[in-house]
Design a protein around this ligand. Structure first.
Ligand code: SF4
Ligand code: SF4
Length: 466
């Protein structure tokens, strides 16, 4: 087996960039990945434009502190739920990485999804396959080649502009986005600068930087060595079966016939988007894209040998041990993920589409004795988190007779994500006040959908001597 490459695969020995041009690949994994790319690109690009519950499916109105996600409306007070969501995602990522390596990188990360699902096919369309481009790299430029390069970069620019505008639509509504486009950059200089800046970053990233993002920049990529263990199942080369490698007709130096299944065709290396040779063992640059598996399987089928020379294995399996799936690391990550997801799920199910709190009015005495009744002044704070306008009513439940509530307005009407402070006066006849304080409950009901919140309220009164 050859020794591991001493430098990054995407770097030449003189330190300059070794621009990776992966070869075309065919097989079951690439077919599956393309299906995933279509679904994910559809989601990433269309989510801010598809209406759900009266708002876009995904809109993060940071300026207005309103967030619309899958038909639910959130405000800044719900930020803890976003933290729970991020925790669920983070623990899920830890779990998947410890179990199957960098599958997120190869299958779900927007960097891969857009590079392999959009930019690379465009490049292939205008500039042809790897072999042609490698050949042309040593030939003088022709008019046709210049034209093809210009057409490719124009297509890249258009795609980058679409993605950047989609990203802007996440923060403003699609309607606002159209208005901004119609009114021109002069009127919306800030949004225009952000969108242009993002387009430039996309162009830099997808035209030139590419796999460098995954190899040298992404912090998650840098953490792989601590997230993996010897039982993590990754893309791996079956060294015992493949070595000694060489063309089928070759013999070993000793004169013995070659016995390994690897014919050293380097197809697994040529299709690799990070340019590594998986036969050198597990490497941090491996994105678990499975392209080398497809490439090698194709070779094995042609040679009439069993597929899977490049397949999936853990380090333990490669050194002769048995695959161990259930292990403490996975159980801890899994439990933490389920805990965050469960807490989030329960919070969402029990969530009322409004907030309601009761405060004692500032600057007033806790109670006022007015002849035969005692009064307490409160203030009810209601926030409507419904995606549309809603009507709220208040009702009082008291364990004593004669308790009355008087509200400034009989019903409180609120537009989506607006709030109101409503003064409320509660009166109880002194004849009912043998014991103080009195524990009351105030029910705030959303008349538009029937959901309600029951809030305990303490009624204060002076000691009564009947
Ligand atoms: S080694 Fe194989 S799985 Fe890993 S990045 Fe390269 S082609 Fe993809
Ligand atoms: S594709 Fe398979 S046979 Fe060809 S070099 Fe890679 S491991 Fe060896």
């Amino acid at each position: 087996m050859s020794s591991p490459a001493p430098i990054l695969s995407s770097m030449k020995v003189d330190g300059s960039r070794n621009y990776i041009i992966p070869a075309d690949v065919h097989g079951r994994w690439i077919r599956l990945r393309r299906l995933g790319f279509v679904a994910l690109i559809g989601f990433y690009v269309l989510a801010p434009f598809i209406p759900m519950g009266g708002h876009p499916m995904v809109q993060l109105d940071v300026a207005g502190r309103r967030f619309f996600l899958f038909g639910q409306t959130f405000n800044a007070q719900d930020f803890w739920m976003v933290l729970l969501l991020l925790l669920t995602f983070a623990f899920g990522l830890l779990l998947v990485t410890a179990w199957r390596g960098r599958v997120w990188c190869g299958w779900g990360c927007p960097q891969t999804v857009f590079l392999e699902g959009v930019y690379r096919p465009i490049e292939r369309f205008f500039e042809g396959p790897r072999e042609k481009r490698l050949r042309q790299a040593n030939e003088p430029w022709t008019g046709e080649r210049v034209l093809r390069r210009v057409a490719k970069l124009t297509a890249f620019l258009l795609v980058s502009m679409v993605i950047a505008h989609t990203a802007t639509a996440i923060f403003v509504s699609p309607r606002e986005l159209w208005l901004m486009i119609a009114e021109g950059p002069g009127t919306h200089l800030e949004a225009f600068s952000l969108t242009t800046g993002f387009t430039a970053i996309l162009m830099f990233n997808f035209t030139w930087f590419r796999e460098q993002f995954c190899v040298v920049l992404c912090p998650y990529g840098r953490l792989q060595s601590v997230l993996h263990d010897r039982d993590s199942v990754t893309v791996a080369y079956a060294e015992k079966r493949g070595e000694p490698r060489g063309k089928a007709h070759k013999t070993l130096e000793t004169g013995a016939p070659k016995v390994g299944d690897c014919v050293d065709c380097r197809k697994c290396v040529n299709v690799c988007p990070t340019g590594i040779d998986i036969r050198n063992g597990l490497q941090m640059e491996c994105l678990a894209c499975n392209q080398c598996i497809d490439a090698c399987d194709e070779v094995m089928v042609k040679l009439n040998r069993p597929t899977g020379l490049v397949g999936f294995a853990s380090q333990t399996e490669l050194s002769g041990g048995a695959r161990r799936v259930v292990r403490p690391r996975l159980m801890v990550y899994g439990a933490l993920m389920l805990l965050s997801a469960g807490t989030l799920g329960v919070s969402l199910v029990n969530r009322t589409p409004f907030e309601a709190n009761v405060f004692r009015q500032h600057g007033t005495n806790p109670f006022v004795v007015d002849g035969e009744v005692v009064r307490n002044a409160f203030e009810v704070h209601v926030t409507n988190k419904n995606p549309a306008e809603a009507r709220f009513s208040l009702a009082l439940t008291a364990p004593v007779s004669g308790a009355e509530i008087s509200v400034g307005t009989p019903t409180i009407e609120l537009k989506s994500l607006t709030d109101a402070h409503v003064p409320v006066m509660v009166s109880i006849p002194t004849s009912s006040l043998s014991m103080t304080p009195v524990e009351l409950t105030l029910t705030v009901k959303d008349e538009t959908n029937g959901s309600q919140r029951v809030i305990p309220v303490r009624f204060m009164a002076p000691p009564m001597h009947h």
